[in-house]
Ligand binder design. Structure first.
Ligand code: PMP
Length: 467
């Protein structure tokens, strides 16, 4: 690593960019521009700031990828990780256990709501969702219901990048040139109140979206539907905050038809909405399965978990289940170093009252998001907790406002990066989920730059005759 830093100093950023273009295929790479990218080279971080190889200090607006809850540069994390590497860097989770992984499983069981007490460790969010979906199929096979396999998900959802979790994702632009398990996944509409017909009240819209779930179950046949999967607040799909009561009502529909509810808390878990998990505390539901990752380690190491209710475990287990093996798992399930990072991360969050801090600062953060609405090109802003989205539209006043593409999200991100802020582009939107330790002053700094960035990108469009 030290020699890597020396190379940055000696050879400069361009050399790293060149090697990046030559050797490194990034997630969601546009193959048309592979080899010609100009990525920022991250070399360090402190608190909410990232440092790049050219000596710039950037506010980490998206919190890495919705994950850097406690911020960068925590020595305690380095010590916990290094300590575990020296103690026991690996064990086979197939035939052994580890003190540190057991402690984390117990801790997670205590932090999750209701009877969700059994923890299946994974390597990240996609594998947590994949495991949840495989578990649901396995559960119905155990119960002698081989036809009860259909999964209902939602348009605009993101659940991961394994074959199954990607199949359950509903963002249309991610569906190009890929194959999916279309035979078992069905979709209903996203409950985005901004996209409701103008004449409809939010409550009517909510009832309609819940009815879509019930209609879909009836269309497929309740005997064929295994589970409904939903993010409490859709993240990558554009921070879609559902109408009040939506999740509760969806859960009631699921219960009516014996359909399991999987709450994908990969983003909303670990404080993003001011609680360890949002399902119960924010949305008043106790699901059958919770998936989590990201904030679990604050991104210091990869780790995820699929946490299952006692009820489900009891129904699958018992005497009759002897020899019934849930053959799913990874070499790195419950990796002890990642578990040590997670335990230390949770300890820091507890000691520094980070959840309380999020609840306290949320109204201020959201008021700053709201202020952006007066920029003419901004069509909608929305958010909850410390996650938010700014959406640029062609004509916000129209009944069905059209997306404004022209790579508006990327234009805003580039303008902001030049002024010291990263804001993640998603087509015509920019999403934010800063480290949870962000202060009022830092929020001011962030939104001052974001406003300038949006205005500059807007001027760029006008100058180019595009808007
Ligand atoms: N679920 C949700 C809600 C997510 O936002 C993500 C990642 N953005 C995933 C699952 C997949 O997680 P990972 O990238 O860690 O595999």
């Amino acid at each position: 690593i030290d020699s890597c830093f020396d190379k940055i100093n000696e050879q400069g950023t361009q050399v790293f960019r060149k090697k990046d273009n030559q050797f490194y295929l990034h997630p969601w790479e546009d193959l048309g521009s592979f080899g010609g990218n100009d990525r920022t080279v991250a070399v360090g971080g402190e608190g909410i700031y990232l440092f790049d190889s050219e000596g710039n200090k950037l506010i980490d607006g998206p919190g890495g990828m919705w994950c850097t809850q406690i911020g960068y540069g925590r020595e305690e994390m380095a010590d916990a990780i290094a300590g575990q590497v020296m103690r026991s860097p690996y064990y086979s989770p197939f035939n052994l256990t580890s003190d540190i992984s057991v402690l984390l499983a117990e801790k997670l069981a205590r932090l999750t709501p209701g009877d969700l007490n059994t923890v299946f460790f994974t390597t990240g969010g996609s594998t947590a969702v994949d495991s949840a979906l495989r578990l649901v199929a396995f559960y119905n096979n155990c119960k002698g219901r081989p036809n009860k396999k259909r999964i209902i998900s939602r348009k605009d959802a993101y659940h991961g990048s394994t074959y199954l979790s990607a199949s359950a994702s509903g963002k249309t632009r991610d569906k190009n040139y890929q194959d999916f398990a279309t035979d078992i996944i069905s979709f209903i509409d996203s409950p985005n109140p901004f996209r409701k017909p103008r004449a409809m009240s939010v409550e009517e819209f909510r009832d309609l979206k819940v009815k879509e779930l019930e209609d879909k179950i009836l269309e497929l046949g309740p005997d064929n539907v295994a589970a409904f999967i939903a993010e409490p607040v859709m993240a990558s799909g554009g921070v879609v905050v559902p109408p009040v009561g939506y999740h509760r009502m969806c859960l009631d529909v699921c219960r009516k038809y014996d359909v399991l509810y999987i709450s994908d808390e990969v983003v909303t878990g670990f404080g993003r909405l001011g609680h360890w998990f949002a399902s119960e505390e924010v949305f008043d539901i106790i699901p059958d399965i919770i998936t989590c990752a990201k904030g679990l380690t604050s991104g210091y190491l990869p780790l995820g978990a699929c946490i299952v209710s006692d009820k489900l475990m009891a129904e699958m287990g018992g005497e009759q289940a002897k020899g019934v093996i849930f053959s799913n798992g990874y070499t790195y399930s419950g990796h002890p170093v990642a578990c040590a990072a997670a335990l230390k991360n949770i300890e820091i969050m507890e000691r520094e009252n980070i959840l309380e801090h999020v609840r306290e600062i949320e109204p201020y953060f959201l008021s700053k998001v709201k202020e952006l609405e007066d920029i003419p090109i901004v069509g909608n802003v929305r958010g909850q907790g410390l996650m938010a989205c700014v959406e640029c539209l062609l004509n916000p006043e129209e009944e069905s406002p059209l997306e404004l593409d022209y790579e508006m999200g990327s234009r805003i991100d580039s303008q902001c990066q030049a002024m010291g802020l990263i804001v993640r582009p998603v087509i015509n939107m920019n999403v934010m989920s800063p480290p949870l330790i962000i202060t009022r002053e830092q929020i001011d700094e962030m939104f001052k730059i974001l406003r300038r960035g949006i205005e500059k990108a807007m001027d760029e469009l006008i100058r180019d005759g595009l808007w």
